[in-house]
Design a protein around this ligand. Sequence first.
Ligand code: SAM
Length: 217
Amino acid sequence: MTATSYLNSVRASYDAVAVDYARLVGAGLARRPLDRAVLAAFAESLRGDGGRAVADLGCGPGRMTAHLDELGIRAFGVDLSPAMVAVARRSYPGLRFEVGSMAALDVADGVLGGVLAWYSTVHTPPSELPPLFAEFARVLAPGGQVLVAFEVGDERVRLDHAYGHPVELDVYRTPPDLIASLLAGAGLAETARLIREPVDGEPSPQGFLLARGAPPA
Ligand SMILES: C[S@@+](CC[C@H](N)C(=O)[O-])C[C@H]1O[C@@H](n2cnc3c(N)ncnc32)[C@H](O)[C@@H]1O
C-alpha cells in the first residue's frame, strides 16, 4: 500500500465507523485505571510547563481531548476523518477540532506544550513513522512532551470489519523499543513507559510511551 492509499483507507474506514466507534469506545477509559494514571501524569507534567496548548492527534470522537480538558489542559483535536471530527464537535461543542493529517499539521513551529497520539499511529506502517514523529517534534516547544498509546507486538493485522461496519484497515502492533527508538530519532527522548496486559477483550498488551524534546537552552 502506498502512503496515500493507506491514508485514504484510514479516512474512509473511520468515516464509516465514526458514530458507532464513539458509542462503543466512549466509556472505555472508565474501566482502564492504568491508562488514566498515565494520562494524569502527562497532564500534571504539562501543567508545570507553562500552560501551552496540547494537540490530540488522531482525536477520533474527541474523548481524549475532553479528558485532557477535564484534567485542566488546554487541548484541541485533529483527525483525518471528517465524520470523526463532526462527532467530536457535536459531543464537545466547547472544544476545538480540525480535520487534518498528523503528518502535516497546520501548526507553527515550536508552539505546543504536548502531543497526544492515543492509538492514532497504529494504522501507520512503522516505516512511515519517522516523518510523523518529526512533525510532532517540529510543533513542540523546547522540552515539549509526547504520549503515544499503541498495541504491543510485532505484526500487521488486517481488519475487514470493525465497530459493526466493513472497513479496510491495517493495525501495526509494534515493539515498545521500536517506538522509543523512532521517537529518539526525531529528538524525542523516552522518559517513561508502561506496558499492561489486555483488558476487556483487547487483542494484545497495550503500550504507553512518554517522551520529551530537548529542554530549553
Ligand atoms: C483507533 S482511533 C483512536 C481515536 C482516539 N484517539 C481515541 O482514542 O478514541 C484512530 C484515529 O486516528 C485517526 N488517524 C489515523 N491516522 C491519522 C493521521 N495520519 N492523521 C490524522 N488522524 C489519523 C483516525 O482517523 C482515527 O480517528
